[in-house]
Design a protein around this ligand. Sequence first.
Ligand code: SF4
Ligand code: SF4
Length: 90
Amino acid sequence: MTKNRSKRPTPQFDRELCIACTSCIDICPTGALEPEIRNSIHGFRRFPVLSQEEKCIRCSLCEQECIVGAIEMKERKGSGFKVQGSGLKT
Ligand code: SF4
Ligand code: SF4
């Protein structure tokens, strides 16, 4: 059986920093990331979501690819997007 994946580092996205370029989705070698249309301060954009966590091999390529530093590999605590209140990261 699979381990508790919530305790394993996976990409966490900062929607305030993300410019929805989808480069992280393109670079992911396993297809673990998929675009999802979400509203933001930039309007409706295609943001990455870790839709298939079981496919994530925690290679950090997405984190390295992100030019704005919107991805951080850490333990998952929610949907993968860190948004609180006004949307500002805390
Ligand atoms: S850590 Fe690697 S496998 Fe996981 S989502 Fe990022 S690029 Fe894909
Ligand atoms: S590479 Fe960074 S800025 Fe581009 S979609 Fe992914 S998280 Fe957002």
